[in-house]
Every structure is written in C-alpha cells, then in structure tokens.
Design a protein around this ligand. Structure first.
Ligand SMILES: [Zn+2]
Length: 286
C-alpha cells in the first residue's frame, strides 16, 4: 500500500514551538483578519496585529511547549511574538519602511559599513527586523532610536513569522538569512554606542535644568551637582575647557561655600576623561 506523506504548511503553533525550542520565550499577539482588521475587535486599533493578547505578557510569555500549544489552540488567526533582551539573548533592529527607516539605515551603513550577516525578517510592511546577539548585561529598548528605527531589547518583543501584517502579507524569514542557515551576529558596536548614548540623554532630560541652575547647593550636595552639570554640558558637546570654566563660575555663585578650583578641576577631569590640568595652569586665578 502506498502511503502518501502529506506535508502540511507549518502553522503559527509550529513556528511558536520552534522558537521556544531554540530558547526564545514567545507570546500571543493580536492577529489580522481576512478583511484586514485587528482580531481584538476594535476597528480603529492603532496597533493592529502588533499588540500582545495578554496584559501581563512579560510574565505570561513562555518556552513551555504545552503552554504555547494551549495559547494558540483554536486561535489560528493569532500572531506570534518573541521576547527580546536577556531572556532570549536577543536584540532586534526594527527598520520601519513607512517612517523612513530604510533611508536612515542606508545613511548609517554608509557611515559605519555594512551590517554583519545575521538572521533577518521581512515584516510584510516593507521593513526588516535584524536579529542580533544581546550583549552581556542587556541594553534598554529604544523606540525611534533613529528616524524609523527602533531597537528592541530589555522589556520588548517583536512580531515574528508567520504572523500576518496589516498589509495582508506575512512576516517571513529572509531566504538566505533565516535562523536555520546562519548564526546570529553580535550587535555592531556603533549601534551599541548609539543606544547607550540615547539612554544617557533620556536620563538627562528628566532633570529640570532651569530649576537646577537657580538652586543654591549646600555642603554635601556640591560634588554631585557639579558632576551633574558637567555631564549635562559635555553630553551637549560643550568643549571640556569651556565646560570647566562655566562649572567653576556656577560653583562660585551657587555653592555654599564654593569648592576651590582644584576640586572643580578634579570633577570635570574625571567626567570628561581628558586631563585639563595643562590647559588650566594659572586658570584658578581667572
Ligand atoms: Zn488590536
């Protein structure tokens, strides 16, 4: 008797369990219906086919195959998401075509050189997801790291193949850059530097600088406030020598009592990591 082996097309559960098997926690994400609406039922959904189904998804995402099968059972139209960050040792560069991400990436590649070969997904919306190894210690996720470019890491997730995009097309692994064919590359240094710098600026923007600059500082708070002001100026590319003079002048006006010049020089030196000593000989009297 001839037994015909019928190979069925893999469905979302097959992909989801495969991701779990290679160590990536997965979550259920709203899908897209045949008439291109979000399966959440809200006709005006602003994140159609992209939002998690469970509010507590960070704790509910799973690598347990039974749990995953249950999640997707009887829900053939759901999309699948993969957690990024240290849990999956993944960081994903999300290039969105509609927001100019392809052009931004092109400019970056001209500046920094080509991206290393690494698994890549075509999203169905014209954009791409590049999968990289997460650096030790993880990285914060950042929406709009650059125009049209997000970086998904700690606390984030990506919608993955074979999910359906609002365009009606499926997310697919690139034919030559799929997870079976090539290993994941480490995140390029320039991207790592960009994200660290953007995290510093975000911390910076939480300080009310207009209030800060008009507030008297007593003993005990002088070093930390002078360091804060120094960091703020250096991150905005103020020349370190000019920064030293500004911080010293502010110290004389607002610190009770002011630190002497050598102490301020020590603070600025330690933060700028440039030895300003030679530049400043005699400047203490200025
Ligand atoms: Zn929705």
């Amino acid at each position: 008797m001839n037994v015909e082996v019928v190979k069925r097309k893999p469905v979302v559960t097959d992909y989801a369990t495969h991701y779990a098997e290679i160590g990536w926690p997965v979550l259920t994400v709203a899908g897209i219906t045949a008439d291109l609406k979000c399966t959440c039922g809200n006709d005006n959904c602003k994140a159609a086919g992209k939002h998690p189904m469970l509010a507590d998804w960070p704790n509910k995402s799973s690598m347990d195959l039974e749990v995953i099968r249950n999640y997707f059972a009887n829900h053939g139209d759901l999309n699948v998401g993969i957690c990024t960050g240290q849990r999956s040792r993944l960081v994903v560069l999300d290039v969105d075509a509609r927001s100019g991400g392809l052009e931004t990436l092109e400019e970056c590649l001209q500046l920094y050189g080509d991206l290393p070969l690494t698994p890549m997904v075509h999203t169905g919306g014209g954009g791409n997801h590049y999968y990289f190894k997460c650096p030790l210690g993880g990285l914060p996720s950042r929406i709009s790291l650059l125009p049209g470019i997000d970086l998904k890491c700690e606390g984030g997730y990506v919608v993955a193949p074979p999910s359906r995009h609002l365009s009606g097309k499926e997310y697919v692994w690139d034919t030559f850059q799929d997870i079976e064919s090539i290993p994941m590359a480490p995140l390029p240094d320039w991207l790592q530097h960009l994200i660290v710098r953007s995290a510093q600026i975000q911390t910076d923007s939480k300080v009310d600088w207009q209030k800060f600059i008009d507030t008297r500082v007593q003993e005990g708070g002088r070093n930390s406030n002078l360091a804060k002001l120094t960091g703020h100026l250096l991150r905005r590319w103020v020349d370190p020598y000019v920064c030293l003079k500004i911080v010293y002048a502010w110290n004389c006006l607002w610190c009770d009592p002011p630190l002497d010049f050598q102490e301020v020089l020590g603070i600025v030196n330690s933060i700028s990591r440039i030895q300003l000593t030679q530049l400043t000989q005699g400047a203490g009297n200025a």
